[in-house]
Design a protein around this ligand. Sequence first.
Ligand code: APR
Length: 320
Amino acid sequence: MARNKIALVGAGQIGGTLAHLVGLKELGDVVLFDIAEGVPQGKALDLAESSPVDGFDSRMSGTQGYEAIAGADVVIVTAGVPRKPGMSRDDLLGINLRVMEQVGAGIAKYAPDAFVICITNPLDAMVWALQKFSGLPKNKVVGMAGVLDSARFRYFLAEEFGVSVKDVTAFVLGGHGDTMVPLTRYSTVAGIPLPDLVKMGWTTQEKLDQIVQRTRDGGAEIVALLKTGSAFYAPAASAIAMAESYLKDKKRVLPVAAHLGGEYGVEDMYVGVPVVIGAAGVERVIEIELVGDEKAQFDKSVGAVKGLVEACKTIAPALK
Ligand code: APR
């Protein structure tokens, strides 16, 4: 059987890390695409030269031409400008929307059967625009945010409790960023929900609230430290988990920015919800009942995404 082909549109910090992970996990051959001349070629060659050391067989190539992504099974999009200190995700909207237009056209022409994972920020709006620009089926275009947000939440919780990250699960909903909705009643340590752990004296509600806030601000915390860019290791690992579930038909239940057509009362928007990812792409959207102030928090988050989508429509009226 031929190897899978994974196209990485954007060969910056996340793109390079994605290529490395694809190689180390032997998920397939990699094509790195970037407008910066020499960068994808240089990264591809450097990674290929690491393959004898790590013992993986994966063809790595770099390109400035979309024709090289032809027939890709998975396309992961990081092309665009990353957030700088003091810049909100929304500031990126105008610039990255134009990038999505080019990328969407390239995917439509050369890789219309691919499973597409968008990472470019502001995520929920960019993935929506990318689906429109590319015209690919809505269940084959998703955004990576929830896996990253829940990984941050899980890491902070594991530290607080002094337990393995493997035994902590987290459930997050909504848009990527400040309005993200972490559902503590569905987040657990080995199946024990967080509210029960508070009752058991493992932590306090106040500490839990601080962890939730730190999770919401997770991206900004890294930007403030790095100063010249945004997070890339954890975002890349998160997108690879999604790609792997698709390529291996694992049917993992993962929180992703998925297209909603009525679920959760949302029409034609991409919002973070738990889904099943398998060989058919998004095979099922899991719709849970929201209780108490969860619904209000979710609606607020959807409102923030709606604002971004409306701004996209103003900049690019072709998007309806
Ligand atoms: N087509 C292809 N590549 C492009 C285009 C374009 N039109 N415009 C920019 N790029 C490339 C840049 O040349 C750069 O190499 O996209 C790459 C982006 O890489 P980085 O600047 O290193 O950004 P990175 O940290 O990888 O983040 C990428 O993911 O998390 C989000 O906010 C982040 O939107 C940003 C994206």
